[in-house]
Write a protein that binds this ligand. Sequence first.
Ligand code: SAM
Ligand code: DTB
Ligand code: SF4
Length: 330
Amino acid sequence: MQTKHNWTKEEILNIYNKPFLDLVFEAATVHRENKDYSEVQISSLISIKTGGCPEDCSYCPQAARYHTDVEVQAMMKVDEVIEIAQKAKDGGASRLCMGAAWREVRDNRDFDKVIDMVKAVNGMDMEVCCTLGMLNAHQAQRLADAGLYAYNHNLDTSEEDYKRIISTRTYDDRLKTIENVRKAKLTVCSGGIIGLGETVNDRVAMLRVLANMPQHPESVPVNALVPVKGTPLAEQPRVPIWDMVRMIATARIIMPKTAVRLSAGRNEMSVLDQAFCFMAGANSIFAGDKLLTTPNPEFKDDMAMFELLGLTTRKAFKNGRPQGKEEVTQ
Ligand code: SAM
Ligand code: DTB
Ligand code: SF4
């Protein structure tokens, strides 16, 4: 089946608002037609530079202007990253995502260090992903040349709602970085957060931007807000599981080939909640006892869940390496 890139708002809204069980059934059907539905990709997160970020993203515990319990930490050493990557690999992760609390990448020694980290983890035969804020075309190319597999850059909400959540950059800045990532032939990981106080129209509008890109993102993370004390969104109520399932199912139906990641918020979900998300087409998670700064279920509990649900873990590089990359052996 060919993927579609001209979704209207009404089409997506009609999918999102279907009777719950019809929606899950349709998403599960699309999932089974397009993917090995029992295979789940495991990504592990490392915060290589924590806290002190100049941006004002109102959900984020790492923004310097909010008084949260996150302590600013200097950039990690390459050896530390290798050690954590090995543990993640041993635990079953096929991808390692390195996050930095930066507004944007600067051409300095810290970026050189990230390049070294990318080379090292790529050499361990894991897919390497980075999320470092805004990038120009040259920086995206440097990451690609070092062996980066994916770049994560979320849209978070709709263009209309963006100013309510973040004032220090624009939606267009976000889209421009995603374009630079595409030009460097990296795979794109881009999604958003629900539970920010957005409307269903905002959720649908964000999904429409992703689904109408000339090429669908290879991964779409769906995060449930983790409300953190000290941030402006600390008092937001928890996202109902029904909304999380609707969001995942809609993403699965409109982007059938994409990896839809059940991302932040799993620590508050039961195994049954998560089972519904997998049924609705989620086929990727972040595993490891920490996301960037907030808790996540333990590896062993996730493995017990996989066993219970009959899920298996996806191997690295199943779709080959991004164009132009040589096979790297350990
Ligand atoms: N600084 C870079 C950036 O903003 O692109 C990379 C790191 S940033 C922490 C990565 C993503 O984490 C954000 O785009 C947002 O979607 C997600 N995130 C941050 N805080 C969150 C929270 N409290 N709950 C859920 N997702 C969150
Ligand atoms: C994504 O979409 N979610 C991850 C990853 N990409 C970088 C981050 C979630 C962060 C949750 C809050 C924290 O742990 O600081
Ligand atoms: Fe900084 Fe990223 Fe957090 Fe925004 S989401 S404050 S850019 S670390």
